[in-house]
Design a protein around this ligand. Structure first.
Ligand code: MLT
Length: 265
């Protein structure tokens, strides 16, 4: 369905029944990256999976897609859908950066946090330079030039050798990102604040999931979040890279289901 937010519209996938589970995808993806979760949780949760601005079916807008802007979009989606109880927020990678912003801005709307393949830290000066380089490459040679560089890094060696269909699928999903959406997301991630100070303040049940072979965000970043978020649960998924929910969906879903069940009163 299409939902009006602030100055634009978002495509939002909604399905299933149960307590609300907001799935926030990473860059440069869209709700389709949650396909195994949307299928598995249809009787466990009410899934709300937006395409962030400029990704998938949502048109881009000019200027940086800051994490605050994307969090506000998510809040507007929940409001429009009439969700007024706290939700479990699950963000993967950039979706995790958005989840931190959402927690800071709407703490009363968060029942639990699932932080997958993400980090709390802001971009280092080196990564900021890489954001500019990626944006320039996209402007010059198109989205595909950037995604072609990402594709060989984004999953685990095991996935590349055993699951070529998934590699193709991931390539197709990334290709649905618009040029402006890609540039805006890169600029938004570049200016995002350090969420490390937020970690100490998190007081909802929190689950951190990371692939053992993540080449985009090192495992040490997940360990650091686990150390700082009080009583957080930490799960490492073997033979998964930066997309553990797609590379090892059964295990990912089992961990998430147990977490959701443990939150029930
Ligand atoms: C993502 O998967 O969302 C991005 O790789 C995150 C990033 O570039 O920092």
């Amino acid at each position: 369905m299409i939902i009006e937010v602030q100055d634009t519209q978002l495509y939002v996938e909604e399905s299933g029944r149960g307590n609300p589970l907001l799935l926030i995808h990473g860059y440069p993806f869209n709700h389709e990256m949650w396909h195994p979760q949307i299928e598995a949780f249809s009787t466990t949760a009410r899934i709300i999976a937006p395409d962030l601005r400029g990704h998938g079916g949502s048109p881009p807008s000019k200027g940086p897609s800051t994490m605050d802007l994307l969090a506000d979009d998510c809040a507007k989606v929940l409001e429009t859908l009439g969700v007024d109880e706290p939700v479990t927020v699950c963000g993967l990678s950039m979706g995790g950066y958005v989840a931190f912003a959402f927690y800071r801005r709407y703490p009363s709307l968060v029942a639990g946090l699932i932080l997958a393949a993400t980090r709390a830290k802001a971009d280092s000066p080196e990564i900021k330079v890489k954001r500019d380089e990626s944006a320039a490459l996209a402007e010059e040679n198109g989205v595909q030039a950037v995604t072609a560089n990402m594709l060989p890094m984004i999953m685990s060696p095991k996935t590349y050798s055993t699951n070529p269909e998934l590699v193709d699928r991931v390539e197709q999903i990334m290709a649905q990102t618009s040029l402006q959406g890609m540039v805006s997301a890169l600029m938004g991630m570049k200016v995002r604040p350090d969420s490390t100070p937020t970690l100490d303040a998190i007081s909802v049940p929190s689950l951190i999931i990371h692939g053992s072979d993540d080449q985009i965000i090192p495992l040490s970043e997940a360990e650091a979040m686990h150390t700082s978020i009080k009583d957080s649960q930490f799960e490492i998924i073997a033979d998964a890279g930066h997309l553990p929910n797609l590379e090892q969906p059964k295990l990912f879903n089992q961990i998430v289901k147990q977490f959701i069940d443990s939150m029930k009163p």
